[in-house]
Design a protein around this ligand. Structure first.
Ligand code: NAD
Ligand code: TDX
Length: 334
C-alpha cells in the first residue's frame, strides 16, 4: 500500500505518519507538504532515512506536481490545510487557496488517475455553534460554518462529496473535534498555554473563557482514520470526538494545577470575533460501524501532553522565537 499524505509535516499529519510507519512497516508513504509556518520537518526526524518514507516539498494546489504524485499511489489521506481560526480572521486568502483550491486540485488528480481512494480530514467546526443544551453534532447535522476557516473547510467537504456523487470517486470524510498532543503548534490553546506557563508567562483567555470544545488526544484521531481508510466505507462521513467537553476556564485550571501555577497567570483578553460558543460530537456511528472509541481520557492525555512539552523545549522554543513571534505580537500586542 502506498499512501500520499498531504500536510504530513503539521501537527496531526506528522502524528499520523508516525502511527502508520509503526503499525504497517511495509507501507510506503509520500508526504507532500508546503512547509508553511505550521509545517516542521523536525516533527518527522525519526522517519528520516526510513526507506518507506519520502518527503516532497510542494503546494497541494500545484496541479502538475499533484498529478505526478497521485499517479504513483493507491490512496490519498488529505490533512494539508490552513488550520488556525484566528489567522483566518486576520486574512483568509491562504485558507481559500489551500483548503478550497488545494482540495479541488487533489480531487481532480484522484479522478484523472483512475479514481484513487481519497480520505478527507475535516473538522467539527463546519457544523457551527451549539447552545448549552443542544444535542451534539452528528453526521446529519446541517452545515453552518461561521469563521473563514470553517467556511473554507465546509467548502472542501462539499467538493469531496460532489466528486463522490458525480464521478464515483471513492471518498470518505471525517469531522473531528479539537485535537491535542505532541507536535501541536503553540498558537493553539493547549500548547500555547503550556508553553507560556513553562516560560512563566500569563495565558490569554478569550472573552469570559466559557466557550466549550470537545477534546481528543491526537493518537486516538489517527486510530480512527486508520480504521476508516481500511474498511469498506466508501462515501461515508464519520464524526469523531473525545467524549471530553470542557470550557476554556476548566482547561486552564487543569493546566495551572498540573504545572504548579496559580490563578494570577490568567489574563482575560478581548474575545475572538464570532467566537463559536460550543462544539460537541456524537460519535456513535463510528463506534457502532467501525468499533472506534477514544482510548485516552482527557486527564491522562493532558498530563502526557504537558510532559511532552516539558521534555521537548527545543522544539517549541525554536518555533516561538521565529516568525510566529511577530504574529503573536500582532495578535496580543506584546
Ligand atoms: P497544522 O496547521 O498543524 O498543519 C497543516 C500542515 O499543512 C502544515 O504542515 C502545512 O505546512 C501544510 N500545508 C498548508 N498549506 C499547504 C499547501 N498549500 N500545500 C501543502 N501543504 C500545506 O494543522 P493540523 O492541526 O495538523 O490539522 C490537520 C488537518 O486536520 C486540517 O485539515 C484540519 O482542518 C483538520 N483538523 C484539525 C483539528 C485540530 O484540532 N488541530 C481538528 C479537526 C480537524
Ligand atoms: O489564546 C487563546 N485563548 C483562548 O481563549 C487561544 C489560541 C484560544 N482560545 C480559545 C478559543 C477557543 O474557544 O480556546 C479555544 C480553542 O481555540 P484554538 O486552540 O484556536 O482551537 P479552535 O478555534 O477550537 O479550533 C481547533 O479545533 C478545530 C483547530 O485549530 C482547528 O484546526 C480544528 O478544526
Amino acid at each position: 500500500m502506498k499512501l500520499l499524505i498531504t500536510g504530513g509535516a503539521g501537527f496531526i499529519g506528522s502524528n499520523f505518519i508516525h502511527y502508520i510507519l509503526k503499525k504497517y512497516p511495509d507501507y510506503k508513504i509520500v508526504n507532500l507538504d508546503l512547509l508553511t509556518y505550521a509545517g516542521n520537518l523536525e516533527n518527522l526526524k525519526d522517519s528520516e532515512g526510513n526507506p518507506n518514507y519520502k518527503f516532497v516539498k510542494g503546494d497541494i494546489a500545484d496541479a502538475k506536481l499533484v498529478n505526478e504524485l497521485v499517479k504513483e499511489v493507491d490512496m490519498i489521506v488529505h490533512f494539508a490545510a490552513e488550520s488556525h481560526v484566528d489567522r483566518s480572521i486576520l486574512n483568509s486568502i491562504s485558507f481559500i487557496h489551500t483548503n478550497v483550491i488545494g482540495t479541488h486540485t487533489l480531487l481532480e488528480a484522484a479522478k484523472n488517475n483512475g479514481n484513487k481512494r481519497f480520505h478527507h480530514v475535516s473538522t467539527d467546526e463546519v457544523f457551527g455553534s451549539l447552545a448549552p443544551n443542544d444535542p451534539a453534532f452528528n453526521e446529519k447535522t446541517p452545515y453552518d460554518p461561521r469563521s473563514p476557516y470553517s467556511a473554507s473547510k465546509a467548502a472542501s467537504d462539499h467538493l469531496v462529496r460532489a466528486y463522490f456523487h458525480t464521478y464515483d470517486l471513492p471518498v470518505t470524510i471525517s469531522n473531528c473535534s479539537n485535537n491535542y498532543g505532541p507536535f501541536h503548534f503553540p498558537e493553539k490553546l493547549i500548547p500555547l498555554f503550556i508553553t507560556n506557563l513553562l516560560e512563566d508567562k500569563k495565558v490569554p483567555l478569550y472573552g469570559d473563557g466559557l466557550n466549550v470544545r470537545d477534546w481528543l488526544y491526537v493518537e486516538d484521531h489517527c486510530a480512527a482514520i486508520d480504521l476508516i481508510i481500511h474498511k469498506e466505507s466508501i462515501g461515508e462521513t464519520y464524526c469523531i470526538g473525545g467524549n471530553a467537553e470542557k470550557n476554556n476556564r476548566e482547561i486552564t485550571h487543569e493546566l495551572l494545577k498540573l504545572m504548579d501555577k496559580n490563578e494570577s497567570f490568567i489574563e482575560f483578553v478581548k474575545d475572538r470575533p464570532g467566537h463559536d460558543k460550543r462544539y460537541a460530537i456524537n460519535f456513535s456511528k463510528i463506534k457502532k460501524e467501525l468499533g472506534w472509541e477514544p482510548r485516552v481520557n482527557f486527564t491522562q492525555g493532558l498530563k502526557k501532553t504537558v510532559e511532552w512539552y516539558k521534555n521537548n523545549q527545543d522544539w517549541w522554543k525554536k518555533i516561538k522565537s521565529g516568525e510566529y513571534k511577530d504574529y503573536y505580537k500582532n495578535q496580543y500586542g506584546k
